[in-house]
Design a protein around this ligand. Structure first.
Ligand code: GLC
Length: 740
């Protein structure tokens, strides 16, 4: 902002406009914030040379693209990532520049946000991260990610919002809107079908149109049409013969024509592979193409980008007019005027108390209580004298590593730290490593300061943990995954569903000396739990960012009653998923999504497979009772709607929030349809004894499937059932109605 305003004044002076002359000549339209953006674009384009038009549609550095210095049109600065603002990097490198003013707040990973099932949390998230981006003077936030969780092995699931398109669609909209209220563009990624990592540059998912439109596109469509996303990031993978970063079907036909997207399509870094396709197939802004940026080519590596000199040569040769170029420039200028040259942006803020509080609140709302036999949780702080905390994930910093979402935080509270701070005065807290997993502590020159090396044998580590468990009233084991390669990490997928580093042996050994082990799973993915029958309490603790330890401690001791619900299924074994029984996963070339529509709980329903924990599952420290569902009318006209009402009562002894879920079943369809699909959710906050009549509006869209023959959404007349419950495998009541 400061940069831009000083330029504006300088420009005014350069153009002979002085701030003191009485009959001040008017600002040129493109510089006049009073003018409509489209007018400013037309005026700017009329003044730009061919070279300036070419310069503005590709990177000039690792994370920035040129403006038009001569005209005072601002550069565009992008930044990762979906969970917080990446530290400044050197002009053309991935490593951090070592600035000291770019520490940030790490917000919970987006799986944890999705697990809140609370759109207010998504709005708070977008506002907070948008303010941090704004303060760091970034114009485009490279997030959120909304790729569908198809397999528990995908390395980047932690950056996304789960397996269901409706949940992801509802949660992405407030995030995008509230980021953009800061004059910072969201860049929703990775469009589309980027559902695995190891072969992300060469894989080519094969899905039919129904699966594409019903499962993999809805969250992007909602981000564009309801969230008003100002930019979209193309994915690395191919789809139907073209790379997603220059894909006529995905970018021109669906995104821009069908959905009316007026923003800019930004390539993923290195996702652009073909000059002519980049020109004709909808790419607007090329970043990260595989050069090191400053040494290839005569003067400056960026000139060898597809949309740089090669494009200019093709125009000069007459093979292309400037038709496509002008369309790209128009979209990039629109992005610049909405962000970098937006003169009424707020100022933003960095590591404010509000942002730290937001990270804490979203974290506590996202924690999922998976199992709680004999009310093992919350920890009774009166009776408990000694707590044994075991596991590397109780101490390991998780805000660094994992790929482009890695951060440099002002502070990260570990689970052990959070517990010590919360109960350390009254309760003795012991710690044992239990297992050694990933001991790296530096990522792209960001150093966590931790030195986790430990050369003890597994036997010694387990023995120490077991001895400590024997001395404790409560045993908390923090395990799970981390941000190392082949764990929850960009560019690699996991090799197996099971816990790494011998954790299963540790947990089994602990269950032999304590019958109230509490296991907290720190991960962005489902894991196998062969020991589940011997562990009475299990919590999904996610990657909760800067406030992780405080959020987890609050839930574990009962300061906060957990209300999170799983945004994806925990299968018992890999072959209990569609991707790993009917489809292919993570491979070069054609990758057949053979399970089609049957992703996640849709598969469990279709094949009658019992999950370890179901989509939408999450317990509370209180209990809820559902009354009978009623429907406002037994017949619904096409284009009309019905209201489903269900009374929900808090029948327990403490206040709690419940996510009431609505699934729709099409009882007789001319096509194969999943048994039921999530089409509504409401999070209620009830005092003990309080009842709320939860209402859902069901319209034709909620009954529709995508008819790939007619290429449109269709709701077929006939009987439908509204199923309402606390989880996809915990339907409490249902009611039928007929669509005329
Ligand atoms: C990475 C990621 C993308 C990220 C970009 C810039 O490869 O795929 O999500 O925003 O490059 O770091």
């Amino acid at each position: 902002m400061k940069r831009f305003l000083s330029k504006l004044v300088a420009m005014g002076l350069a153009l002979g406009l002085s701030s003191c002359s009485c009959n001040e000549p008017k600002l040129p339209d493109y510089l006049n914030p009073e003018k409509d953006i489209e007018v400013r674009i037309d005026d700017a384009m009329s003044r730009m040379t061919l070279d300036e038009k070419i310069a503005i549609i590709h990177a000039q550095s690792k994370f920035s693209s040129a403006g038009v210095p001569r005209l005072g049109i601002a550069e565009l600065w992008t930044t990762d990532g979906p969970h917080g603002i990446r530290p400044e990097v050197l002009w053309d490198e991935w490593v951090q520049a070592g600035w000291t003013n770019d520490y940030c707040v790490a917000f919970p990973a987006l799986t944890a946000l999705a697990a809140t099932w609370n759109t207010d949390m998504a709005a708070l998230y977008g506002k907070s991260i948008g303010e941090e981006a704004r303060y760091r003077e970034k114009d485009v936030l490279l997030g959120p990610g909304v790729n569908i969780y198809r397999s528990p092995l995908n390395g980047r699931n932690f950056e996304y919002m789960g397996e269901d398109p409706y949940l992801a669609s509802r949660m992405v909209v407030p995030y995008v809107k509230c980021v953009q209220k800061n004059g910072v563009a969201a860049c929703v990624k990775h469009y589309a079908l980027n559902n695995s990592e190891t072969y992300r540059h060469t894989t080519e998912p094969v899905v039919d149109d129904r699966t594409l439109y019903e499962i993999y596109l809805p969250a992007f469509k909602a981000a564009v049409q309801e969230g008003g996303a100002w930019s979209i990031m193309g994915a690395y993978n191919l789809f139907r013969g073209e790379h997603a970063c220059h894909n006529d079907l995905l970018l021109n036909k669906i995104l821009k024509e069908e959905w009316g997207f007026d923003g800019a399509v930004i390539s993923d870094w290195g996702g652009t592979h073909d000059t002519r396709e980049a020109i004709t197939n909808g790419l607007d802004l090329e970043f990260g193409t595989w050069t090191d940026g400053l040494t290839m080519g005569k003067t400056n590596g960026y000139d060898v980008y597809h949309l740089a000199n090669p494009y200019k040569e093709l125009i000069k040769s007459g093979e292309f007019t400037t038709k496509e170029l002008d369309e790209k420039v128009r979209r990039v200028l629109r992005l610049i005027f909405r962000t970098a040259m937006n003169t009424n942006k707020p100022t933003g803020s960095l590591v404010s108390d509000e942002h730290i509080e937001a990270a804490y609140t979203i974290g506590t709302e996202g924690v999922v209580l998976l199992k709680n036999d004999n009310n093992t949780l919350p920890i009774d702080l009166i009776k408990t004298k000694t707590i044994a905390v075991i596991g590397e994930n109780a101490i390991k910093m998780m805000t660094i590593g994992g790929g482009s979402s890695s951060l440099k935080v002002k502070k990260e509270v570990s689970p052990l730290e959070g517990l010590r701070k919360r109960v350390g005065k009254d309760v003795e807290i012991l710690y044992a490593r239990g297992y050694v997993g990933d001991t790296t502590s530096v990522y792209k020159r960001v150093d966590s300061g931790q030195r986790l090396g430990d050369d003890r044998s597994e036997k010694e580590l387990i023995a120490e943990a077991v001895e400590m468990a024997k001395k404790a009233d409560v045993v908390l084991m923090f395990g799970g995954l981390n941000k190392a390669k082949k764990q929850d990490c960009e560019s690699t997928d996991r090799a197996e569903l099971g816990l790494p580093y011998g954790q299963d042996r540790l947990i089994t050994a602990l269950t032999e000396v304590t019958d109230n082990l509490i296991y907290i799973n720190i991960s962005g993915n489902a894991v196998a739990m062969p020991w589940i029958d011997s562990v009475p309490a299990i919590v999904q603790g996610w990657y909760l960012g800067s406030e992780a330890g405080n959020s987890l401690a609050a839930v574990l001791v009962g300061d906060v009653n957990p209300s999170g619900k799983l945004p994806f299924t925990f299968p018992v074994q890999l072959t209990d998923t569609g991707a790993h029984s009917m489809g292919e996963f993570s491979k070069n070339g054609e990758e057949n999504y053979g399970e089609g529509l049957l992703v996640g709980y849709r598969w469990n329903d279709a094949k009658d497979v019992t999950p370890l924990f179901a989509f939408g599952h999450g317990l509370s420290y209180t209990t809820f009772e559902y009354g009978e569902a009623t429907v406002s009318r037994k017949t619904m006209k096409n284009g009309g709607k019905v209201i489903i009402t269900v009374p929900v009562t808090n029948t327990g002894s403490c206040r709690g929030k419940e996510v009431v879920q609505l699934y729709i079943a099409d009882k007789k369809a001319s096509v194969m349809r999943p048994e039921k699909e999530l089409k509504g959710f409401v999070k209620v906050d009830l005092a003990p004894g309080q009842t709320e009549k939860v209402k859902f509006v069901v319209d034709t869209q909620a009954l529709s499937f995508f008819d790939d023959k007619q290429h449109c959404w269709v709701a077929e007349p006939g009987e439908f059932e509204a199923l309402v419950g606390a989880a996809s495998d915990d339907i409490r009541t249902s009611v039928s109605f007929v669509l005329k």
